[in-house]
Design a protein around this ligand. Structure first.
Ligand SMILES: Cc1cc2nc3c(=O)[nH]c(=O)nc-3n(C[C@H](O)[C@H](O)[C@H](O)COP(=O)(O)OP(=O)(O)OC[C@H]3O[C@@H](n4cnc5c(N)ncnc54)[C@H](O)[C@@H]3O)c2cc1C
Length: 501
């Protein structure tokens, strides 16, 4: 049995500090409705060293143990989703890539700066003209002597203007204004200058975090380029998949908070002479909230047990994309349910229900837009099926390790030959069902390990209903079209027979 007392005391101290800062000393809603974070709050959070969970032991950190990082993210997001995202950015988008791909001396210096100086770091991939299509980015680099010059325009990087270090993605300038196919990642110390914040965004939510547009004209020593094991694109996939696999860290605490807020509101709010808690439709919403929390817990369990820091996740597309897209859909859906249950009072800028809708929404967009990830989930499954010469979806899923335990619930609706040439919208729908099947498999595994059995069975009911609804829509074979010109005959008033004067 592992002695966990040190970790328990670390996480309890952190939890107490956040409760004190976010609920006792400050009005939490008020703080969430202000941009940025009071400096003393950030200082006191840093004093608990949450980012040390991402740093390997040999550099003075807590050891980069996945269950520790996920627990820290969970405790953070129970109090504040933006705070958890701030930790996630520092960890998954900066410290972990550094731990896996930077050279020794660079790691030593930067990990020390994080542990002692309480530095922070972020990642710049996205550009104004290239978001989802990141591989076509136009930021370029060239080498002269032992220095790289990197130049371009990046936007929407979390911690814009705040980060002490950036990881900046760029393509090599190969002459005649062309850029190479592979991606390089460069570590930049902002005290060296060269990053100009040309616009600060008025982001709709996540007020704690600064975003904006950055002009990049930097010089980076050759020691500060990440060293891929194969290609830069594979390294980027490893970085993104590892990050997506850790989303349940941020989601579980947030979903638990949505559940707790909803239950406590419904127990104390009386409508029509009865506590809201007693209405059947309210119970349906609460059951969903509890199920989301359970499924997200199953994902945390999965990632903690299967994804140690040193594992190469570049090929973990199916699990990473399923976890990220499903759990972020749940976050948005949970926030919508909480606001519905709280009613008008939730629609205030400083109420947790309203804030949670805007704060959780971009999780469905960043690090892979969910619409695209769902399509990719289907593509991953179709590729695996092709490889094993399978045609029947049910037969394949019941033998596949990430779906084998859940597939049996759906034999009647999955027992068909897949159309490898299906339309994109069908790929997306199938991906939504498959992502939930993978999540259901993880939930069944969580149950087998001893998690609360009633919560697991309730979640399996919710998941079955969701998957069956999606599959029923998938099998509906009529597609609506979109008219490019919808001016003609599209005014109801112009066709209304008006009384003669
Ligand atoms: C709050 C927030 C934080 C962020 N943090 C970071 C960060 O720290 N670092 C960083 O580098 N970036 C960050 N981003 C940027 C984010 O990763 C991009 O917004 C994302 O990759 C999508 O790119 P885009 O916004 O240019 O949208 P686009 O690429 O224009 O896509 C918009 C939409 O078009 C549709 N679409 C696009 N392509 C397809 C397709 N092939 N098939 C079907 N539909 C499609 C999808 O619905 C998609 O959501 C952040 C964004 C936000 C909002």
């Amino acid at each position: 049995m592992i002695d966990n007392s040190d970790f328990v005391s670390f996480i309890e101290t952190y939890k107490r500090k956040l409760t004190e800062l976010f609920t006792q000393r400050n009005n939490e809603g008020h703080m969430a409705a202000q941009r940025g974070l009071p400096p003393y709050v950030l200082r006191q959070i840093h004093e608990c060293s949450p980012l040390s969970t991402f740093i390997p032991e040999e550099y003075g950190g807590r050891g980069a143990k996945t269950y520790e990082t996920l627990s820290m993210l969970e405790v953070s997001s129970y109090q504040s989703l933006p705070l958890s995202l701030m930790m996630g950015i520092n960890g998954a988008l900066f410290l972990q890539p550094l731990a896996n791909y930077a050279i020794e001396d660079v790691k030593k210096k930067i990990f020390r700066d994080f542990l002692v100086e309480k530095n922070m770091g972020g990642l710049m991939i996205t550009e104004p003209d290239f978001g989802s299509e990141a591989l076509k980015m136009q930021t370029g680099f060239s080498k002269s002597g032992d220095q790289y010059s990197v130049s371009g325009l990046k936007h929407w990087a979390g911690l814009t203007g705040w980060a002490d270090y950036w990881l900046i993605a760029a393509r090599e300038k190969v002459g005649n204004g062309n850029l190479g196919k592979d991606i390089g990642f460069f570590i930049h110390d902002t005290s060296n200058g060269g990053i100009d914040v040309v616009e600060v965004f008025q982001n709709l939510g996540l007020y704690m975090l600064p975003y904006g547009r950055n002009r990049i004209e930097i010089e980076v020593p050759e020691t500060h380029r990440l060293q891929p094991k194969t290609t830069g694109v594979t390294m980027m996939l490893d970085l993104l998949h590892r990050s997506r696999l850790q989303f349940p860290g941020m989601a579980t605490g947030f979903l638990r908070r949505m559940l707790d807020e909803a239950v406590s509101h419904c127990k104390t709010r009386f409508v029509g002479g009865s506590s809201l808690f007693n209405y059947d439709q309210v119970k349906e919403r609460l059951a969903h909230l509890q199920s989301y929390f359970t499924v997200s817990s199953a994902m945390s369990y999965f990632t903690s047990s299967n994804i140690p820091m040193e594992k190469d996740t570049s090929r973990s597309d199916l699990t990473a994309n399923s976890i990220k897209s499903v759990v972020t859909d749940y976050m948005q859906s949970a926030a919508q349910s909480l606001l519905q249950l709280v009613g008008a009072k939730g629609y205030k800028l400083d109420h947790i229900a309203g804030r949670s809708i805007t704060d959780s929404r971009p999780f469905q967009i960043f690090e892979g837009s969910n619409d695209i990830l769902y399509q990719q989930i289907s593509e991953s499954v179709l590729k695996l099926m092709r490889k094993s010469s399978a045609t029947n979806l049910y037969e394949f899923l019941k033998g596949y390790p990430h779906t084998d335990k859940a597939a049996g619930y759906f034999k009647d609706v999955l027992n068909f030959s897949v159309d490898y040439k299906m339309a994109q919208r069908k790929m997306v729908e199938m991906g939504q069902a498959l992502g939930r099947l993978v999540s259901m498999n993880m939930t069944i595994e969580l149950g087998a390990k001893g998690f609360n059995q009633e919560m697991v069975s309730n979640s399996l009911v919710v998941l079955q209903k969701e998957i069956r609804t999606i599959l029923s829509s998938y099998s509906f074979d009529k597609n609506a079209d979109i008219l490019h010109d919808c001016e003609e005959n599209s005014s109801w008033l112009s066709i209304l027979p008006l009384p003669a004067k």
